[in-house]
Design a protein around this ligand. Sequence first.
Ligand code: BJW
Length: 234
Amino acid sequence: MRIVVLTGAGISAESGVPTFRDADGLWEGHRVEDVATPEAFELRPRMVQEFYDARRAALAGVEPNPAHRALARLEEVLGDDLFLVTQNIDDLHERGGAQRVHHMHGELLKALCRACGSRLAWQDALVDFPPCPGCGLPELRPDVVWFGEMPYGMDDIYAQLRTADLFVSIGTSGAVYPAAGFVQLAAGARVRTLELNLEPSEGSHFFTESRHGRAGDLVPVWVDEVLALVGNPG
Ligand code: BJW
């Protein structure tokens, strides 16, 4: 069985990472739409760097939860038949044990050089604009996808969506495109679709099936169901 799983901020909520659009979803008083744009970075570069520096530093204090670990268990059995694409820029899928994670909105632990295009593993603060190890220019920004920018790996994602047996969306509000459109694309290719979310998302009515509750409860149960179907060697 070939499965595409899309995850959003809701899967990391129980690890203590705030979501974007829930009641407590303001980041230090900023709406994400006001800081996650190239225009915000041009106008207020220090503010935007500090926003991402704070989130990068906060990663050290959070741990993967049962939903991340359940998906890693699924990957262990399905291998390349699981395509895990996340909108999240944290590294909780990887720390939960997943090895093939497609970060369509980039990664907090990477920096992108605006001068030479290098993408580098990065742990430290960027607010003081350290020189790029590649070209030496002080042009590093977080390697994340802002509004108006092209998410990473779209051709691969679309190809996987068209040929999957099942598309599963976990912990995402369905407010941000292109990810919000994946369910319609999959449904158009006659792929079965399942939503696992705290509440109905904006595109909930497009899914074949929806289950509502906490990811930490729903995802392990769903993974057990799939493993029972495909014959879990463990
Ligand atoms: C739980 C839970 C628990 C809580 N358990 N669940 C007009 C119409 C259509 C499109 C556009 C438009 N105007 C502009 C656009 C395009 C634009 C867009 O979509 N804008 C919208 C605002 C309308 N998109 C773009 O610009 C994208 N690029 C693009 O489109 O390029 C052109 C293109 C053309 C053709 C093909 C492909 C591309 C880029 C979007 C970049 C988004 N970037 C951000 C910031 C990234 C870095 C960062 O993290 O700071 O990505 S914005 C932010 O939203 C972040 C997230 O990944 C993204 C999605 O949020 P997510 O994950 O859904 O979180 P929430 O908070 O919204 O929802 C959480 C959900 O979890 C809720 O439903 C809760 O109920 C649930 N939940 N606890 C289970 N315990």
